[in-house]
Design a protein around this ligand. Structure first.
Ligand code: SAM
Ligand code: DTB
Ligand code: SF4
Length: 331
């Protein structure tokens, strides 16, 4: 048996509707049939015309020890992003207040770490408590967690923890070498056991094949429980990163918008209760492309004019798009 088959075999399909074969068959449907079916599933499980709004803040930028090939914040990349210290809690709370005033309901704090250090935990827990006290849902993405850290974050009131598998198990090692696919799964398990909601997704357009995208959704849908929230990113190509430079040399590797919409639709069908978030890469997507993603079951976005280190569609563009499409923020 080759390496590829070995990796894929690690994931069993407890749910026949989310087997590799079933997922591959969904991808093969005529586009309109697939989107219609995804929309039908969406309407059965979620309020219509409603999109959840999350805001991101990079609370600790750059200088990360991991070698994720897409990331501007890896110390291995030559992206020009400088390493900064953890922000102080007052500044984080001020940003959360602004996000709330702009209509966001979830505040996601991201740190460029392999894992949080024990000495940073008190400050992180303080941020969680204070952001939560504003009436916002809280989310953090800090890398790998120990059991104790996961429990402490949950006790402080952290609602969601984001930790992405990023791609299918067979492509994973081409993207990241400093931590394994299994490390990610183990962290997700700790998050779930501590009682937090799991936010887990990945990136399209890293040079992976459709088979890899099938493997990616198969892995997500067959976690002990499907993630509560699934961020789907299109690679934002950042000069100086391995994958950003790869895309500059081979523009055809960029994810095709229709294939991205297909991925959204299949995610919606195989994880009917999850929030599917149209995440990074939205800025370079047309309004029509975004509308198709919403039709196919995406029901969450990042608002605000920045993601972590790259720009995002600003509030004005999103307000205009929501008005055009008759979408409402999900309260
Ligand atoms: N250091 C933490 C970790 O990796 O778990 C948290 C932050 S990390 C930046 C969060 C996620 O953002 C990554 O797992 C990846 O899926 C996504 N991401 C990072 N850079 C990206 C890029 N250039 N394009 C698209 N998605 C990206
Ligand atoms: C996720 O899947 N996407 C967000 C969030 N989780 C933390 C991050 C996107 C980062 C895009 C690149 C950047 O701004 O550096
Ligand atoms: Fe570090 Fe996260 Fe970027 Fe990977 S994605 S290099 S872990 S900040």
């Amino acid at each position: 048996m080759n390496h590829v088959a070995n990796q894929a075999d690690l994931i069993s399909s407890a749910r026949p509707e989310a087997s590799r074969e079933a997922i591959a068959a969904l991808f093969d449907l005529p586009f309109l049939d697939l989107v219609a079916r995804a929309h039908e599933v969406h309407l059965r499980h979620h309020p219509r015309n409603a999109v959840q709004l999350s805001t991101l803040l990079s609370i600790k930028t750059g200088g990360c020890a991991e070698d994720c090939g897409y990331c501007s914040q890896s110390a291995h990349a030559k992206s020009g992003v400088k390493a900064e210290k953890l922000m102080n809690a007052d500044a984080v709370v001020a940003a959360a207040r602004e996000a709330r005033a702009a209509g966001s309901h979830r505040f996601c704090m991201g740190a460029a770490w392999r894992e949080p250090k024990e000495r940073d935990m008190a400050a992180l827990l303080d941020m969680v408590r204070r952001v939560k006290a504003l009436g916002l849902e809280t989310c953090m993405t800090l890398g790998m967690l120990t059991d104790g850290q996961a429990r402490a974050l949950a006790e402080a009131g952290l609602d969601y923890y984001n930790h992405n598998i990023d791609t299918g198990p067979d492509y994973y090692d081409r993207v990241i070498t400093t931590r394994s696919f299994q490390d990610r799964i183990d962290t997700l398990e700790r998050v779930r056991e501590a009682g937090m909601a799991v936010c887990c997704g990945g990136i399209m357009g890293m040079g992976e094949t459709r088979e890899d995208r099938i493997g990616f959704l198969h892995a997500l849908a067959n976690l002990p429980e499907p993630p509560d929230s699934v961020p789907l990113n299109a690679l934002v190509p950042i000069p100086g990163t391995v994958l950003g430079d790869m895309l500059a040399d081979t523009p055809l590797a960029r994810i095709d918008e229709i294939e991205f919409v297909r991925t959204v639709a299949v995610a919606r069908i195989v994880m009917p209760d999850s929030q599917v978030r149209l995440s990074a890469g939205r800025e370079s997507m047309s309004e029509a492309g975004q509308a198709l993603c919403f039709l196919a079951g995406a029901n969450s976005i990042f608002t605000g004019d920045r993601l972590l280190t790259t720009p995002n569609n600003g509030e004005d563009a999103d307000t205009a798009l929501f008005a055009k499409l008759g979408l409402k923020p999900l309260a």
